[in-house]
Design a protein around this ligand. Structure first.
Ligand SMILES: CC(C)(COP(=O)(O)OP(=O)(O)OC[C@H]1O[C@@H](n2cnc3c(N)ncnc32)[C@H](O)[C@@H]1OP(=O)(O)O)[C@@H](O)C(=O)NCCC(=O)NCCS
Length: 180
């Protein structure tokens, strides 16, 4: 278990990657996120064009992870905003042992703060079956702006259906924990 008061949110460093991969392995086993284990997990955690990545650390463990990337055309189309005005949240996950303690909410807050500093609005896509993630985004005030069909197959053999979300202008969750 982790104590919410001991959580630290900070930029991911190169040296964090092995612990991020370890955390991802537990998430993949529990949730099939990602659906298939990547051949290069550290590379998967560093998607093309990534501007930065954030981790939540408790004691010595990485318990949460989020990358920020350019949005891509589908998300820009769903929001109706130019790509340069958007910042996409990707590779968001929390270790099973640290869930329902506000870890992901803290990362979403950081995305909003980062976007505000850069004049960009955070956006993201989530598969329709990811009920925990959808619950998280809607609780945090993110707005559903459209649903589209993707070109990859879910763990249960369907073509993925992706819900697009836009962040609120200010974080709703900042008061949940003392984090740096
Ligand atoms: C989705 C995920 C990131 C949530 O992480 P988390 O740190 O447990 O979420 P938080 O504790 O910040 O949750 C904040 C709120 O989101 C909602 N929420 C979170 N998990 C939920 C769940 N399993 N079911 C319903 N609502 C949920 C709740 O409203 C929660 O507030 P509460 O605990 O006071 O009820 C985590 O379950 C995960 O890593 N899932 C697998 C990977 C994944 O789906 N990533 C997203 C890809 S788009």
């Amino acid at each position: 278990m982790t104590d919410a008061n001991e959580l630290t949110v900070r930029l991911r460093a190169e040296a964090d990657l092995p612990r991020c991969v370890e955390a991802l392995a537990g998430v993949q086993a529990a949730d099939r996120y990602p659906v298939d284990w990547p051949a290069d997990p550290a590379g998967w955690l560093t998607p093309h064009g990534m501007t930065d990545a954030w981790v939540v650390v408790a004691s010595a463990d990485v318990v949460g992870h989020m990358a920020l990337t350019p949005p891509g055309l589908a998300l820009a189309t769903a929001t109706g905003l130019p790509e340069r005005r958007l910042l996409a949240v990707a590779r968001l996950f929390v270790s099973t042992c640290a869930r329902r303690r506000g870890v992901a909410a803290l990362l979403l807050d950081r995305a909003i703060e980062t976007g505000a500093a850069r004049g960009q609005t955070p956006v993201l896509e989530v598969e329709t079956a990811a009920s925990a993630a959808i619950g998280l985004y809607e609780r945090a005030g993110w707005r559903h702006v459209g649903t589209s069909t993707a070109d990859w197959t879910t763990a249960d053999g369907r073509l993925a259906r992706m819900r697009a979300y836009v962040a609120p202008a200010v974080p709703l969750n900042s008061s949940r924990s003392n984090c740096s």
